[in-house]
Ligand binder design. Structure first.
Ligand code: SPV
Ligand code: MG
Length: 329
């Protein structure tokens, strides 16, 4: 058998980068996410729900991805009620990691952690193995219900039970920069600032790296009240789906760390898919579709799939001449 060292190196670093992934010098994704949360500058996480949307988010310039439970479940055709199993979610997020060669941080919407502390800590173990940078867990009960469905009827988790879950996650992670975000559902379920603050304080003491303060109001009053009380005790993340008209500068002024645009790729895709499907159905033709700009050219689909890299790799690994030349034969 040929010793590894007998292999000739590729002709140049250039050859390596065109055919296979170059060794990255970027900080770890966990460190990138931690720095986004801790930076004084407002950060943004854009929703993705599969490999393709994750690639589009990264190419557009976002520095991080929100792997939304609502969007992943909707794209799988099931409810945001833990109908997709945790391993199915894990597989979804793995495609998102791979889509960007593991180089852009992903914060997984971990719902309630898929059970008790033990289920949650096993999730952490698997997320680290798959290159996910962090997880967000909400203080509700398994199986979860989306926050915008009858929010006030949803019971909150027992504070101590949830703190134990956060602790178990923090104790399990191997990478010290892996981020565990505790999501406050107090405002969603009809409680006021006192309950929200008490819970945030406990989750912070339990080791949460950041607090996600969720609100379903159409203005910023919940967020303003929370930020004034909380100050900069730890990074605060928000999800402004229900208060889209408040400018981000307002949240910057409050000291919010990171904004999640939570589900807009999935919702945009629904509109686009409906329009194209209806047009083809109604016209029984592709004439108004192909070349119209309403669908992505197939060549562009191949680019998203990085088909060119496979061609180069075939030249390196399937061509006998190239293989023998590299072995010096
Ligand atoms: C998600 O994107 O799945 C979220 C955010 O949890 S929300 O649906 O707004 O509660
Ligand atoms: Mg969710």
């Amino acid at each position: 058998m040929l010793a590894h060292s007998a292999l000739r190196p590729l002709a140049s670093a250039q050859a390596r980068t065109t055919a296979t992934r170059a060794f990255s010098t970027a900080p770890k994704v966990t460190t990138q996410l931690k720095e986004m949360f801790q930076s004084k500058e407002l950060g943004y996480l854009m929703e993705a729900h599969n490999g393709l949307s994750a690639k589009i988010v990264a190419e557009t310039g976002f520095k991080g991805i929100w792997a939304s439970g609502l969007s992943m479940s909707a794209s799988l055709g099931v409810r945001d009620a833990n109908e997709a199993s945790w391993t199915q979610v894990l597989d979804c997020v793995e495609y998102m990691v791979d889509a960007n060669d593991g180089e852009i941080p992903i914060l997984l919407d971990g719902d309630t952690g898929f059970g008790n502390f033990n289920n949650a800590r096993r999730l952490i173990k698997k997320l680290e193995q798959r290159g996910v940078a962090g997880v967000c867990m909400e203080d509700k009960l398994f199986p979860k219900t989306n926050s915008f469905i009858d929010g006030e009827l949803q019971p909150l988790a027992d504070i101590n039970e949830f703190c134990g879950k956060i602790m178990a996650c923090k104790d399990t992670q191997k990478d010290p920069d892996f981020q565990v975000v505790a999501r406050l559902e107090a405002f969603i379920t009809g409680y006021g600032l006192d309950e929200a603050y008490k819970r945030a304080d406990a989750y912070h003491a339990a080791g949460a790296d950041a607090i996600l303060c969720h609100s379903k109001k159409s203005d910023d009053t919940d967020i303003k009240a929370f930020m004034e009380a909380w100050g900069d005790r730890c990074p605060v993340i928000i999800v402004p789906t229900k208060y889209p008209n408040v400018p981000v500068s307002t949240f910057e002024g409050y000291g919010v760390s990171t904004i999640i645009w939570a589900n807009h790729n999935m919702r945009g895709a629904i509109v686009a898919m409906r329009e194209i499907t209806e047009e083809i159905y109604n016209t029984t033709s592709l004439a108004g579709v192909e070349g119209s700009g309403k669908v992505c050219p197939v060549a562009e689909v191949f680019r998203y799939q990085n088909t060119a890299e496979l061609k180069t790799a075939e030249g390196m690994y399937e061509s006998p001449d190239a293989v023998l030349a590299r072995m010096g034969r």
